[in-house]
Write a protein that binds this ligand. Structure first.
Ligand SMILES: Cc1ncc(COP(=O)(O)O)c(C=O)c1O
Length: 279
């Protein structure tokens, strides 16, 4: 079946979707993206994902996008690709648009490029087994709260993890373990779930927030507070959270077992609660 994508107001076969080489997404990574997961056709957290997209557009001062309309685009794409009863991802990307290359914003502004696509999705990794990770220096910029398409430092660290034979790299800045290259990071230390507080150094992750909300609702002690590199050895549990991984226990970090070396009870409980949310 031919894949239908969305580009600038039109639904069209993917092969017919063409972008200008002057697109500022291509030239400057001048854009943002979102990844939303569909569970059997129900998009999890669509509203917070689109709110985050609106925040990103405001931060980049990209105007002229009807973000609310993107909800319709997501549903329509799933339907047109016969994925509305499947597990799938919807990918959305908005750039400032195409204009002759200059660092300044185009004046007058160009129309933004709005692209969306969808794909069938099967999660990788088994939460009953957990994953291994490494730590790596955080080489990103200081606006990691923006879901920018400028992901080169994330890609480099992810590739380092892959070459080390592990699933993810935890990014460390000034001794604080902030998040993964494409996941959030949480720890259980002295029985309390801890994760870096929201700041310009982490993405305001939808799954991280869902996990914190679940902790609050179900009486699991939790606190947005930094997890330091030197905390890892004594942690009871560590886990990743994200749209693609859901809640994924970490069983080994930098070659050292986490806790008992097996997935822990808090991650298992949060995953069970999370799965009730996603149906
Ligand atoms: C750097 C980073 N942190 C955290 C996450 C998890 O965010 P979310 O739960 O919104 O998928 C992602 C997801 O892509 C990410 O790229």
């Amino acid at each position: 079946m031919r894949m239908t994508v969305y580009l600038n107001g039109a639904y069209l076969p993917k092969e017919e979707a063409h972008l200008s080489p002057d697109d500022r997404g291509f030239l400057f990574a001048d854009g943002i993206y979102e990844v939303v997961r569909s569970y059997g056709g129900t998009l999890f957290g669509l509203e917070p994902h689109l709110d985050r997209m609106a925040d990103g557009l405001a931060a980049l001062r990209i105007t002229g996008v009807d973000v609310a309309e993107l909800a319709t685009v997501c549903h329509e794409l799933l339907k047109r690709n016969e994925l509305d009863r499947s597990d799938a991802l919807v990918y959305l990307q908005i750039t400032r648009g195409a204009a002759p290359r200059t660092h300044f914003f185009p004046d007058p502004p160009t129309s933004p490029t709005v692209y969306a696509t969808t794909m069938r999705f099967q999660p990788k990794g088994d939460p009953a087994l957990g994953v291994k990770v490494i730590t790596a220096p955080d080489q990103r910029w200081t606006r990691c709260d923006i879901k920018s398409v400028a992901l080169l430092p994330n890609c480099l660290a992810a590739q380092t993890a892959r070459e080390a034979g592990v699933s993810e790299a935890l990014l460390v800045r000034d001794g604080v373990v902030l998040e993964g290259t494409h996941t959030s990071f949480l720890a259980v230390i002295d029985g309390v779930v801890r994760t870096a507080p929201l700041s310009n150094y982490i993405l305001p992750s939808i799954t991280r927030q869902a996990a914190l909300d679940l902790c609050e609702r179900h009486g699991i002690p939790a606190l947005p507070a930094p997890v330091f590199l030197h905390d890892l050895a004594a942690a009871d549990e560590l886990f990743l959270a994200g749209t693609t991984m859901e809640i994924m226990p970490i069983v080994e970090v930098d070659g050292h077992p986490v806790g008992s070396g097996n997935p822990g009870p808090v991650a298992a409980r949060l995953l069970a609660l999370f799965r009730k949310l996603t149906g």
